[in-house]
Structure formats: C-alpha cells, structure tokens
Design a protein around this ligand. Structure first.
Ligand code: AP5
Length: 208
C-alpha cells in the first residue's frame, strides 16, 4: 500500500472529500495546507495574518511560508500520510522531494463549470474540517456537522468571483505538477466527476 500520497487537482476536485474517506478507512494522517492556514487565520497567528489577504483573493500564499510550515509538520509524521493542497508549485514540490519520496500523486480531473457549482454550494465544518454540499452531500441536520455537531459555514473564498480566480491560479501554478509527477512515474489521474463512493473505489485501487 502506498504510504506517501499527494492529492492533486483543481479547487473543488474532491481532494478533501476523498482524503477524508482515506483517513477514515485506512488511518492515513491528512495534512491539508488549506485547513492549517484557515485555522491560523481563525486563531490570529502571525502565519494567519500573513496568509489571509492571499487566501481572500484566491491567490497562493508565498512559497517560503508554506515550505517552512510543511517541513515542520512532515518531520513529525511516522506512517501513511496524505498531502492535500501541498505541493502547489514546482518550487514546493522540489522542497518536498528533498524531505521525502512521494509514492503516488493522485490527480482528480473535473470540468471547470462543475467545480464552480460544487464550491459555491459547499459548506465546511470549522471544527473538524469535514466538507458537505447543499445538494450532493447534505448533513443529516441542516447546517450542522454530522461528525462533531459544529455549525457549518461557507468559506470566504467559495464566492464565485474568487473561485474563478483560484481556477486561473491553479492552471498557471499547480497544473505543471501533473507533468512533474508524470515524469517521475508516480502520477495516477482519476475522473473526479460522478458518485463520490464510485470515485473512492478508483482511489482504493490506485493506493494498492
Ligand atoms: P485549499 O483549502 O487547499 O483549497 P483548494 O485546493 O482550492 O481545494 P478545496 O478545498 O477548495 O477543494 P477540494 O479539492 O478539497 O474539494 P472538496 O473535497 O472540498 O486552499 C485554500 C487557499 O489556501 C488557497 O487558495 C491558497 O490561498 C492557500 N493555500 C493552501 N495550500 C497552499 C499551498 N500549498 N501554497 C500556497 N497557498 C496555499 O469538494 C468540494 C465540494 O464538492 C464539496 O462541497 C464536496 O461535498 C463536493 N464534492 C466532492 N466530490 C464530489 C462529487 N464526486 N460529486 C459532487 N460533489 C462533490
């Protein structure tokens, strides 16, 4: 079974959704840079203060901040790990390669208009980071997280104009990683549209 997995794909492709399922079923530790940054913003830390304006605009947080953050987190890991939202630039991928070898880069492919529709209807849990959707993945009780009971919220960067900017940023900065991991022979691309559980079956095959 693969132990170091990078989850790749545009905003809204399902990295968090599938990552959560992998963690629940196989016990991987999921390190999501987006979740870490949002927590830092909520807690008003130095990192959060620096990251907020980039995140609100749908831009990438500078490489040095992210690389330092992840170096520390990865150093503490022992066992299977999922990297969700990192690396996001070739510079970040090179920094990661110096620290650990990636077994599998799992790339989720979804059309732009579906991504916009998914993200504008996403609701997130600020406490345990579970993700929901107003139509395709409703919580049992409206507005309440099934897992921990916290009130769900809409992320500031899930407004349509910001989502479209995030897609542009993805194309320019992160898409080159598809080629990067393909050349290393570790890339597997999965069609990310359709039933969440059916996609998870493909994911399970890829991690074997
Ligand atoms: P981050 O939080 O990483 O956002 P993202 O990559 O844009 O990814 P998302 O969390 O939006 O989407 P996802 O692929 O996880 O989809 P999800 O499963 O939730 O980053 C946010 C910001 O932080 C960045 O813009 C940047 O500023 C900064 N940042 C983070 N990492 C950085 C880095 N390394 N370098 C620099 N800056 C960084 O699914 C989306 C919705 O679709 C949900 O509602 C879900 O229920 C639904 N859904 C999922 N699968 C399906 C399906 N098959 N069918 C229908 N609906 C589905």
């Amino acid at each position: 079974m693969k132990t170091t997995i990078v989850l790749l794909g545009p905003p809204g492709a399902g990295k968090g959704t599938q990552g959560e399922k992998l963690t629940d079923e196989f016990g991987y530790v999921r390190l999501s840079t987006g979740d870490m940054l949002r927590e830092a913003v909520r807690n008003g830390t130095e990192l959060g203060k620096k990251a907020k304006e980039y995140m609100d605009a749908g831009a990438l947080v500078p490489n040095d901040l992210i690389i330092n953050l992840m170096k520390e987190k990865i150093a503490g890991i022992n066992g299977g790990v999922l990297l969700d939202g990192f690396p996001r630039t070739v510079e970040q991928a090179d920094a990661l390669a110096e620290q650990m070898e990636v077994d599998l880069a799992l790339n989720f492919d979804v059309a732009d208009e579906e991504l916009v529709s998914r993200l504008t209807q996403r609701r997130s849990c600020p406490n345990c980071n579970a993700v929901y959707h107003l139509v395709t993945k409703k919580p049992a009780k409206e507005g309440v997280c099934d897992k921990c009971g916290a009130a769900l919220y809409q992320r500031d960067d899930d407004k349509e104009a910001t989502v479209r900017n995030r897609l542009e940023v993805y194309r320019k900065n992160t898409m080159p990683l598809i080629d990067y991991y393909s050349k290393k022979g570790t890339l597997v691309t999965i069609e990310g549209s359709g039933d969440i559980d059916a996609i998870f079956e493909q994911v399970k095959k890829a991690i074997q």
